[in-house]
Write a protein that binds this ligand. Sequence first.
Ligand SMILES: NC(=O)c1ccc[n+]([C@@H]2O[C@H](COP(=O)([O-])OP(=O)(O)OC[C@H]3O[C@@H](n4cnc5c(N)ncnc54)[C@H](OP(=O)(O)O)[C@@H]3O)[C@@H](O)[C@H]2O)c1
Length: 448
Amino acid sequence: MRSTKPSRRVDAEVVVKPVKLPKGPPPAAPPCKVAILGFGTVGRSVAKILWERPSARARFHVTYIYNRNVERKRVSWLPQDVRWTDRIEDVLNSDVDVVVEVVGGLNPAEHWVRAALQSGKSVVTANKQLIARCGPELAALAKKKGRHIEYGASVAGGIPVLSGLQDGLSGDRLFRVCGILNGTCNYILTRMESAGVSFAAALKEAQEQGFAEADPTDDVDGYDARSKLAILARAGLHTEVRPEEILCCSIRVIEDVDFMYSNMLGCTIRQVSCAEKQGRLLYASVQPSLVPLASPVARVHSSQNLVMATGEYGGETVFSGYGAGGNPTAVAVVSDLISIARRGEYAMNGIPEVPHTPRKVTSDFTTKHYLRVTVKDKPGILYSVTRICNRYQINVDSVLQKPGFPKEKLPFVVTLEACKAATVEKAMKEIAQLEFLVQPPVCLPMMD
Ligand SMILES: NC(=O)c1ccc[n+]([C@@H]2O[C@H](COP(=O)([O-])OP(=O)(O)OC[C@H]3O[C@@H](n4cnc5c(N)ncnc54)[C@H](OP(=O)(O)O)[C@@H]3O)[C@@H](O)[C@H]2O)c1
């Protein structure tokens, strides 16, 4: 029998349900709740940027500000609902999403950062000491907790050098990072250079201008820069190095006469931090050094910073700008906050996942040297100095002696051809014993 109904073949049943599309833009994500630990130079600037910039204000709510004796820190320009506290537990037990640590120092900052991560909060910090020492451990803890720790402000303040190395240059194989990492030293050295003043006068001026601490040890003796160099070596060269493994030398030995002699050599003097990997070795040091006047490093003035990264494929990349100061540093902190907010909860953490190669750390660079000897003049002095150099097979390249200095305190300079720093150090110990010296010799590496 044939059906009277028209035949219909159904291969698959497709049911299309009408979808109701929501009107208007998708609902905004709830703002990220932020606590600021430390309401000093950087903390205030972070709060200011988060409040002043409408896009930041919509995205981040500062809900807690923590500081000791917090009452004296209160400001009227932040909204009334910010809770000011001097009880760290208030922050750690709160529902904040990100803790910004801008207290500084190792203790108690380390404890607070660990506790914040343990309690499921992400962390942004500007603390180079903490990150140089415990960065990988803290990153591992953050990862375990599904949170983030970011520290872009810990090296070179407002210059995005860490993200530049970790992200921007991750396609290259970097083998050297080098530059000026301490604004205080750079301010002092450029003032000595331009105004012809002594180290003591330039330091006093830096303190008056707010570029140097009352106790300048960390800066002028190189400890601050070596923590930053350790972080750069980790981020750019995938090499773990403890700050105390890095040789650091003070700029206190530099005198105005060194600028005069270095200028005769076509150079000036800067505190240079350098890390370079060669096979299983990591060459690393922070030292006042002669740099050619034409190099980018010589053109860094006042409290600015500069980092040069050199890679096998891309060659040299230079990052420069304001390495310190409340606002530039706060920009780096706020950028880290934005990066955390953008990446959501499950993205990879800030520390690179590239395996780290163990390397022996050495400061035995092969380089030319500048040697200043200050003597009570008498015949045979130059012969005595060069004889010691010859004994160590160090070739003398040039001898400079400006006329006009008193015979009782006569500075002259010998430049040495490229050789190992350790060999020069041995020769220097002998030269330092010569009876006609009126002050210890000064020996500085000369950068190419
Ligand atoms: N300033 C810069 O240019 C710069 C650049 C790059 C990185 N950083 C880093 O940023 C961080 C903050 O630097 P900063 O210049 O803002 O320092 P700061 O002006 O001294 O501010 C630190 C704040 O933390 C408070 N604080 C310190 N120890 C505390 C403690 N144990 N308990 C409670 N509160 C404490 C201080 O309170 P008091 O007022 O009572 O001392 C102060 O308000 C440091 O890690 C620094 O290395 C700073």
